[in-house]
Design a protein around this ligand. Structure first.
Ligand code: 5GP
Length: 130
């Protein structure tokens, strides 16, 4: 069965999309650690990011870099951080999480609650800067 992220790429499940090209896709995390928390994924469905073929893994990071620069311009933050976890969704992904302090940088923190309008506004601002 297709992963939830493949279903997002295919438009079967809605998302707040940031960007895509022929190999990669970026969208807002639905349970953000901070405002602007974005997921960057390869369109090819592979569970473990470290099983990606070198060129695809390298390209994923270059695509994530462009998204991170756009987040940096769109969201007030000190740094855009990068994390790989993969415990929940078996489709390789990079978390890009803008933070202002280490305290904000924890998956154990209560997630930020945002309205549909707030998600849309954040996504539009990041898209504008991509
Ligand atoms: P991980 O697999 O790295 O532990 O976490 C998966 C991430 O995907 C979580 O931060 C979770 O909030 C996010 N996520 C899970 N399902 C969906 C979804 O349907 N849409 C979006 N936008 N994010 C999701």
């Amino acid at each position: 069965m297709a992963s939830i992220f493949t279903r997002i790429i295919n438009g079967e499940i809605p998302c707040y999309k940031i960007a895509e090209d022929d190999r990669y896709f970026a969208f807002l995390d639905i349970n953000p650690v901070t405002r602007g928390h974005t997921l960057v994924i390869p369109k090819q469905e592979t569970d473990n990011i470290f099983d990606l073929e070198d060129d695809l893994l390298g390209g994923l990071h270059v695509f994530a870099k462009k998204v991170a620069h756009a987040i940096d311009k769109a969201v007030q933050c000190e740094r855009v951080t990068m994390a790989v976890v993969g415990l929940e969704v078996p489709h390789a992904h990079i978390h890009l999480i803008p933070i202002n302090s280490m305290r904000e940088y924890s998956f154990a923190n209560p997630k930020v609650q945002l309205s549909k309008e707030e998600f849309e506004e954040i996504a539009a601002n990041i898209r504008k800067n991509f």
